[in-house]
Design a protein around this ligand. Structure first.
Ligand SMILES: [Zn+2]
Length: 191
C-alpha cells in the first residue's frame, strides 16, 4: 500500500498493511508500529481519528471476509447507469452482522449486452454474486455466470414477489412483467 493511495477510514485492511507514519497518528488497537511506520495487526476496518490523531483497526470476523472467487448473497441498495451497489449479507454461507459494501459494474452483470443497469437489476433485489476483487473500498462483484444474478425480486409497482415465467418475471398481483438478470434457480432458493 505504501506509495499508493493513502488508506482511508472504512478501508478493509489485513495484517501488515501499511497505514501511515507515527508523525501522522498514534497507533491504536489493531495496529503496530515498526521503524516509524504504522501497520495493521488484524483484519478489519480502518478508523482514522483526525482529531485525536489516532488510528485503529476494528476487527471483523476473518471467516466472513469476502475473498476473490467467493459466492456471496446480498441486497441491491441502489443503482445508477453503470453501477449497482450491494450490501453483502452472506459470505460462503455465513450470515454477517455488518454487511460489506459491494459494487457490480454494468459489464459484469451478464454475458448479454446490458444498456442500462435498471434493465437487469433493481434496488431491493436479492442477488447471488461472485467476488472478482476484494481490495479497495468496495468489493467488486460479478453476476455473469448462469447460477448468479437475482434470486428474489419484488414487483416494482406493487411489491409482490415476482414469479419466473421463462426468462422474464411476472407479477401475479398486478400482471406487470419485469426483466432481471436472474440466476438459473430463481424462485427455488430458500433464503
Ligand atoms: Zn405487481
Amino acid at each position: 500500500m505504501q506509495g499508493g493511495n493513502k488508506p482511508k477510514t472504512g478501508n478493509l485492511v489485513t495484517p501488515g498493511d501499511w497505514l501511515g507514519v507515527i508523525e501522522e497518528f498514534t497507533p491504536g488497537e489493531g495496529t503496530y508500529e515498526e521503524n516509524g511506520a504504522v501497520y495493521a495487526s488484524t483484519v478489519g476496518r480502518l478508523l482514522i481519528d483526525n482529531v485525536e490523531k489516532r488510528v485503529k483497526v476494528i476487527p471483523i470476523e476473518a471467516r466472513a471476509l469476502p475473498k476473490k472467487g467467493d459466492i456471496v448473497l446480498g441486497k441491491v441498495t441502489q443503482i445508477n447507469k453503470m453501477l449497482t451497489f450491494v450490501d453483502i449479507g452472506r459470505v460462503r454461507g455465513h450470515d454477517i452482522a455488518n454487511p460489506f459494501s459491494g459494487v457490480i459494474h454494468i459489464s459484469q452483470i451478464s454475458t448479454e449486452y446490458v444498456e442500462n443497469t435498471s434493465d437487469a437489476l433493481k434496488p431491493g433485489d436479492i442477488i447471488r454474486a461472485r467476488v472478482v476483487e476484494e481490495k479497495g473500498e468496495l468489493i467488486q462483484l460479478t453476476t455473469v455466470e448462469k447460477n448468479l444474478g437475482v434470486i428474489y425480486a419484488a414487483c416494482s409497482k406493487c411489491g409482490s414477489e415476482l414469479e419466473r415465467t421463462g426468462n422474464i418475471l411476472y407479477c401475479k398481483n398486478c400482471e406487470s412483467k419485469e426483466i432481471r438478470k436472474i440466476a438459473s434457480d430463481y424462485g427455488r432458493v430458500k433464503l
